[in-house]
Design a protein around this ligand. Structure first.
Ligand SMILES: Cc1cc2nc3c(=O)[nH]c(=O)nc-3n(C[C@H](O)[C@H](O)[C@H](O)COP(=O)(O)OP(=O)(O)OC[C@H]3O[C@@H](n4cnc5c(N)ncnc54)[C@H](O)[C@@H]3O)c2cc1C
Length: 390
C-alpha cells in the first residue's frame, strides 16, 4: 500500500493490527486474529524463513502451549511430528536421585521451533485477511491518535504501514520496546550453557535425562528423527566451540559422550531473565520475548509467549470492538507480568539445581532432589515442569 517513494497512499487501508516480528509468537498471534477475520499484517525483517535443518532454539512444547496451538488448528500436526517425553530422570555420579513419569494429560512434546513456525506459516496462508511481509525492518512508530503508522525499510525504500494497534513481537532485542520507552529489567543471575543436537544413542527415547553433576548439569532431551539435544552448564564459553568440545564435557561428567560425526553445529548461550516495564503503552503492546526473556533452562519462553498471544488476542478483539480505549492493555499487562514472574522463578530454580556444587552443599542439594521426587511433592513438581500452573 505504499507508493514507490514509500509514502502512505491516502487510500491506504488502516489495518486492524500490525505485528512486528514473524517468529513463533508473532505468527501465532496473527493466526488467532486472522481466524476471527481481523485484518492483520506481519512485518518480518528476515527475507526467508530458516531453512529445514537450521539450528533451532526451542524444542519443548508444554500442555498449555499445545492447547493454544489446538485453537489455531495445528495441534494435531504438532502431535504427529513431535516426540513425546513421558519421563524425567535425575542422576548424580551414576546414582538415581529421582524419576518422574508425566501423566497422560501433562506430557511434554519435543519439536523444533522452526517446524512449528513452518506449520503456523502454512496455517496463515489459509487466512485471507492476514499478510506476512518479509524483508521489512521496522525502525519507528508515529502515533496519529486514532491509529499508529509503523515505519520501516524494505530493500532500501521506506515503508509506512498504518494500523489501529501495533504489537511488538520482535524478540529479546526488541526495537519496539525501546520505541515505547519500556525499561528492560534484569531478574536474578544468569548462567552460560553449551548445546548440541546429535544422534540419540542413549536408548532412552522418551526420557529427559538430567545429570546433576558436581561440575555442573548436563541435560538431554529426545528430539524427532532419532536425535537428542544435549545442554551443559559451563563456567564460561569455551574458546573453541565444536561438537568434540561439547561431547568431551558431556563424557567427563556423565561417563558417556556422543557421536560427534552425527552432531549438528553446537551453540553457546547465556541464560538471562528480563521483564519489560511497561509491557504496553497506548496502542502498542509487547508479546513473547519482547515482553519477557525467560531462561531457556526449563524450556518455557515460547510457550509463555503463545499463552500471552492468546490473552492479547482477546484484549485486541475487545479494544477493536469498543473503539480503542487508551488503557486497552491494562489487564493484559497485569496478567502477563504475573505469569512471567512465575516462569522466571521456576527457571531460576532449575538453574540453581544444575549449578556446580561440591562437599556438604552437594549432599544437601541431592537430598532435596530426592525429597522432591517423593510421592507428596512429585505431582506438584510434574505440574511445575509441564507449566500447568499457567
Ligand atoms: C537455546 C534456547 C532454547 C530454548 N528452548 C525453549 C523450549 O524448549 N521451549 C520454550 O518454550 N522456549 C524455549 N526457548 C525460548 C524461545 O526460543 C523464545 O521464547 C521464542 O523464540 C520467542 O519467540 P518470539 O516470537 O517472541 O521471538 P523470536 O523467535 O526471537 O522472533 C522475533 C522475530 O522478530 C523479527 N524482528 C526483530 N526485529 C525486527 C524488526 N525491527 N523489524 C521486523 N522484524 C524484526 C526477528 O527476525 C524474528 O523473526 C529457548 C531459547 C533458547 C535461546
Amino acid at each position: 500500500m505504499t507508493d514507490p517513494a514509500g509514502a502512505v497512499r491516502p487510500d491506504a487501508p488502516i489495518h486492524d493490527v500490525a505485528i512486528v516480528g514473524g517468529g513463533a509468537v508473532g505468527l501465532l498471534l496473527a493466526c488467532l486474529l486472522g481466524a476471527r477475520g481481523r485484518d492483520v499484517v506481519v512485518l518480518e525483517r528476515r527475507t526467508e524463513p530458516p531453512p529445514p535443518g537450521a539450528p533451532s532454539r526451542a524444542i519443548g512444547v508444554h500442555p498449555p502451549g499445545l492447547k493454544v496451538l489446538d485453537h489455531v488448528g495445528i495441534g494435531d500436526a504438532v502431535r504427529e511430528r513431535a516426540v513425546v517425553i513421558r519421563e524425567g530422570r535425575v542422576t548424580c555420579e551414576g546414582r538415581t536421585l529421582g524419576a518422574m513419569r508425566f501423566p497422560r494429560s501433562g506430557l511434554v512434546r519435543s519439536l523444533p521451533q522452526r517446524e512449528v513456525e513452518a506449520l503456523l506459516e502454512e496455517r496463515l496462508e489459509e487466512l485471507p485477511d492476514v499478510r506476512v511481509r518479509r524483508g521489512v525492518e521496522v525502525t519507528g512508530l508515529r502515533d496519529r491518535g486514532t491509529h499508529v503508522v509503523v515505519v520501516g525499510t524494505q530493500a532500501g525504500a521506506e515503508v509506512d504501514v498504518p494500523a489501529r494497534y501495533v504489537v511488538g513481537a520482535d524478540g529479546v532485542r526488541s526495537g519496539i520496546r525501546s520505541l515505547i520507552d519500556a525499561r528492560w529489567r534484569p531478574r536474578g543471575r544468569g548462567a552460560t550453557y553449551v548445546m548440541c543436537d546429535t544422534r540419540d544413542d542413549t536408548g532412552a527415547r522418551e526420557t529427559a535425562l538430567l545429570h546433576f553433576e558436581p561440575t555442573g548439569v548436563v541435560e538431554s532431551f529426545p528430539m524427532p528423527g532419532g536425535l537428542r539435544r544435549y545442554v551443559a552448564r559451563v563456567r564460561r564459553r569455551p574458546s573453541v566451540l565444536d561438537a568434540p568440545t561439547v561431547a568431551a564435557i558431556v563424557e567427563a561428567r556423565t561417563g558417556q559422550g556422543f557421536d560427534t560425526d552425527a552432531a549438528g553445529e553446537p551453540t553457546a548461550f547465556d541464560a538471562r531473565q528480563h521483564l519489560a516495564q511497561p509491557i504496553a503503552a497506548g496502542r502498542v503492546a509487547l508479546v513473547g520475548d519482547a515482553a519477557h526473556e525467560v531462561s531457556p533452562i526449563g524450556g518455557q519462553g515460547m510457550n509463555l509467549g503463545w499463552i500471552g498471544a492468546q490473552h492479547l488476542s482477546h484484549e485486541l478483539e475487545a479494544a477493536l470492538a469498543a473503539g480503542a480505549p487508551l488503557d486497552a492493555f491494562a489487564a493484559y499487562e497485569r496478567a502477563r507480568r504475573g505469569a512471567a514472574i512465575r516462569a522466571m522463578r521456576q527457571a531460576a530454580f532449575n538453574m540453581r539445581m544444575g549449578a556446580p556444587v561440591s562437599g556438604l552443599r552437594l549432599r544437601a542439594r541431592n537430598a532435596s532432589v530426592r525429597m522432591l521426587g517423593l510421592a507428596p511433592t512429585r505431582a506438584l513438581l510434574a505440574r511445575a515442569f509441564t507449566m500447568r500452573w499457567l
